[in-house]
Design a protein. Structure first.
Length: 553
């Protein structure tokens, strides 16, 4: 076997059974502590499975998750259950199969435990309202920042002797963690209003767990003032973005600032217009009348004579005057329809009535572009070009009364960049504080165990064991047991020993200094020196040292 293994085996045998058992126990304890610490400090992160549960639900959920082999933990309040990250969907599907949870905020699973026999319409209505409240509460809890929610709904009722129907209403209480509770409250109002038939958003009241009113009554976001303000902000943002896209490639994003003020008209307009086109005619009707008239007139006349007075006398009539006439008439009437166009326009958009734009440019940047020897006239000319560019990017209209002002000024050092909301070092450290603490604690535990446990053990195992001859008296013991002869003074010895005769003597040093530095040399050096100084005493020491093992045996 190699010499190192033999030395290790010899050292282990030299420790004895008791020491070996103690070292084995220490090693096992160290490994167990390291394993437990690594498992505890590197356990997976937990995320919330359900909140606001009853004690019975927590117990049943724990039993189901334990049987399925899914790790879980109960929150400090005892009403929430946490599972390792990534197993939330699996745990919820498993609990849904078991019909859990069954707490008061349960949803439509309430109908699973309701029998149809002997169930009145009132009980059905109450169960429906409870189920609807539970489902809406679950949906609200899925919104980011909402930790818990409770919903109360009052449905509309139609009474026999009531003229007006009662409108439905609702109230919501949430426990929120964040700064945008009011914004979430507006979303919750519309969510509840859309989930309940006939419920308007202004009939939903939202409060937080501290009793603060978050939203009630009319929605302020639907007012005309709020709408106008929102449109103005949108228009100003769009115009500002256009200016930045036009100037950033030329000046750089940190060498100019733009401010836009837009006056917007959001009034609703309805325009009706009727247009007549006389050049475009269409025949609507044609009426034709044609008349032909022919008349002949002939008269017979009786001559006046005596015979007319005689009885029974027939007088002969003679032909009288004759006349004839013919009349032809033709009449045609044409009715034309004049072409007309009727336009009705309803506008719910907006129009920009006036716009004011102010742009400041870093003067040092212009000097860098134009050169260090740029004159004020050159800078003014370049500013005029930038003003034209801004006018084109913003849709400048002089007839509308728009104003654009571009100036070159000196920027203050340190304020060139716009403030960007980025997390600082402390925020980043705070985000990962848990992971850093776990890692640091694990490293400290491993270091302490290795330094105070494994290091002494390794040193003891790798140290050389004493040889068997060491069981006898040592060289120092033998030397001290012999009578000391009278030795000459150190000064005399130093005077007799020449400089450089002693091993390791430094040139230029006195023998006394060398002797003082070598008061405690190695045994071999001491033996050689004793032989040089007193051979008789050295022989006595060697004889006594050699006889010691025989006496022991």
């Amino acid at each position: 076997m190699p010499e190192q293994i033999q030395t290790l085996i010899a050292n282990l045998r030299g420790f004895g059974v008791r020491r070996l058992a103690l070292m084995g126990g220490i090693a096992a304890l160290v490994m167990a502590v390291i394993g437990v610490a690594s498992i505890y400090l590197n356990r997976p992160a937990y995320e919330t499975l359900y909140v606001g549960l009853d004690r019975s639900d927590v117990n049943q959920i724990g039993l189901v998750l334990g049987d399925a082999g899914i790790g879980f933990d109960v929150g400090p309040d005892g009403t929430s259950v946490l599972v390792p990250a990534g197993t939330t969907a699996q745990a919820r599907m498993l609990l849904a199969e078991k019909g859990l949870p069954t707490s008061s905020n349960a949803g439509y699973e309430l109908f699973d435990n309701v029998g149809s026999l002997g169930l009145t319409s009132f009980m059905q209505q109450i169960t429906r309202v409870r189920a609807l409240e539970g489902e809406i509460a679950r949906t609200i809890q899925s919104i980011a920042g909402v930790k818990a929610a409770r919903v109360h709904i009052v449905m509309s009722e139609r009474a026999n002797f009531r003229r007006d129907e009662q409108q439905p209403s609702a109230s919501v209480v949430i426990r929120y963690s964040g700064n945008d509770a009011e914004k979430s409250a507006m979303s919750i109002r519309h969510l509840v209003a859309a989930a309940v038939p006939g419920l308007a958003a202004d009939k939903v009241t939202v409060l937080d767990s501290n009793g603060n009113l978050l939203a009630a009554g009319d929605d302020p976001s639907n007012t005309s003032a709020a709408r106008t303000l929102g449109v103005e902000q949108t228009v100003e943002t769009q115009i500002g973005d256009n200016i930045r896209r036009a100037l950033a490639p030329y000046l750089g994003p940190d060498n100019f600032r733009a401010s836009v003020k837009a006056d917007v008209n959001t009034d609703t307009r309805q325009t009706e217009e009727t247009i007549f086109d006389p050049n475009s005619r269409v025949e609507r009707s044609v009426q034709s009348v044609k008349t032909n008239e022919n008349s002949n007139q002939k008269q017979a006349s009786t001559p006046t004579s005596v015979e007319q007075n005689l009885p029974e006398t027939q007088t002969t009539s003679t032909e009288g005057p004759q006349s004839s006439s013919q009349n032809d008439r033709k009449e045609e009437i044409t009715n034309y329809e004049i072409n007309s166009k009727k336009i009705a326009t309803v506008s719910n958009g907006y129009t920009v009535t006036k716009m004011s734009v102010a742009v400041v440019v870093n003067q040092e940047r212009l000097k860098t572009i134009l050169g260090k020897d740029a004159t004020p006239d050159q800078i003014a000319k370049r500013v005029a070009e930038i003003q034209k560019m801004v006018a084109s990017a913003t849709g400048f209209d002089e007839k509308r009364g728009d104003i654009i002002d571009v100036s070159a000024v000196e920027f203050i050092d340190g304020l060139d960049g716009e403030p960007i909301d980025q997390p600082g070092i402390l925020a980043s450290v705070g985000t990962h504080a848990g992971t850093l603490i776990n890692a640091a604690a694990f490293i400290v535990v491993v270091f302490l165990l290795a330094f105070f446990g494994l290091r002494p053990m390794a040193a003891a195992l790798t140290s050389s064991a004493k040889p068997a001859i060491a069981a006898g008296p040592s060289f120092d013991d033998v030397q001290r047991s012999l009578p000391m002869p009278e030795a000459p003074p150190v000064a005399a010895i130093a005077s007799e020993v020449p400089v450089g005769a002693l091993p390791g003597a430094r040139p230029g040093s006195t023998p006394l200094d060398d002797l003082r530095q070598k008061i405690r040399p190695a045994p071999q050096d001491r033996l050689a020196r004793m032989v040089d100084l007193n051979e008789e005493r050295t022989a006595q020491i060697l004889r006594k040292w050699a006889a010691a093992p025989e006496a022991v045996g």
